[in-house]
Design a protein around this ligand. Structure first.
Ligand SMILES: Cc1cc2nc3c(=O)[nH]c(=O)nc-3n(C[C@H](O)[C@H](O)[C@H](O)COP(=O)(O)OP(=O)(O)OC[C@H]3O[C@@H](n4cnc5c(N)ncnc54)[C@H](O)[C@@H]3O)c2cc1C
Length: 170
């Protein structure tokens, strides 16, 4: 299966730890990157509680949500303006891009077989009652959920077996 994924670079960094997929990502060397940045929604939980490896996340205060929104937008705009200034001065894209933050969007094709996708889903989604609970970052989990929905339509029998097996790859 091949999925087309658009996500911020901090999500791609987590994706690419999954070696059993192959990745084909857009180039920041051969074309100018668009000013598309991830800004967490006000509903994004902000407070980390619990122990390492099994953190839970609770809603932030309205002040924290506003601070995250404002600071993320401000730094994204400033970084992109610096990127553009360098491009306008004739600096190569591969050099100018080094000032861009991890929340800028990229895109890629991810090709993966069903067994490796199951391994990915069991690690990058958090579900009650799974045999091996995982505690992924919410943003990669959002991608994983969309991939899971597509896969469930494509391979309903295999998908059902995955659930019966406690969401563990065979
Ligand atoms: C909640 C969470 C937190 C994480 N935190 C961190 C962190 O703080 N720091 C960090 O560095 N990483 C972190 N990771 C990444 C994690 O360590 C794995 O790299 C990632 O989940 C990929 O898992 P994988 O190796 O099973 O997947 P894949 O690379 O897709 O491999 C799938 C399976 O194939 C086999 N396999 C693949 N390649 C080889 C090989 N070369 N030799 C032998 N067997 C192979 C293994 O059985 C492996 O389980 C985290 C992951 C999760 C889910």
């Amino acid at each position: 299966m091949t999925f087309y994924v658009q996500a911020p670079i901090f999500v791609f960094r987590e994706f690419m730890r999954h070696r059993m997929a192959s990745y084909n990502e857009e180039s920041g060397r051969y074309r100018e990157l668009n000013p598309v940045f991830y800004v967490p929604a006000a509903t994004r939980n902000l407070q980390q509680v619990g122990k390492p490896g099994a953190y839970d996340f609770l809603p932030g205060t309205p002040e924290q949500s506003e601070l995250v929104r404002a600071e993320t937008e401000r730094t994204s705009r400033e970084a992109y303006a610096a990127y553009k200034r360098m491009l306008d001065a004739g600096v190569a894209r591969e050099v100018a891009r080094i000032v861009l933050p991890l929340n800028i969007y990229s895109s890629m094709y991810v090709t993966v077989n069903a067994r490796s996708l199951m391994n990915f889903l069991s690690l990058r989604t958090k579900r009650e009652g799974t045999h091996f609970p995982s505690f992924p970052q919410r943003e990669i989990e959002m991608c994983a959920e969309k991939m899971e929905d597509l896969w469930a339509e494509l391979m309903p029998l295999t998908y059902a077996a995955f659930g019966t097996n406690g969401r563990v790859a065979p």
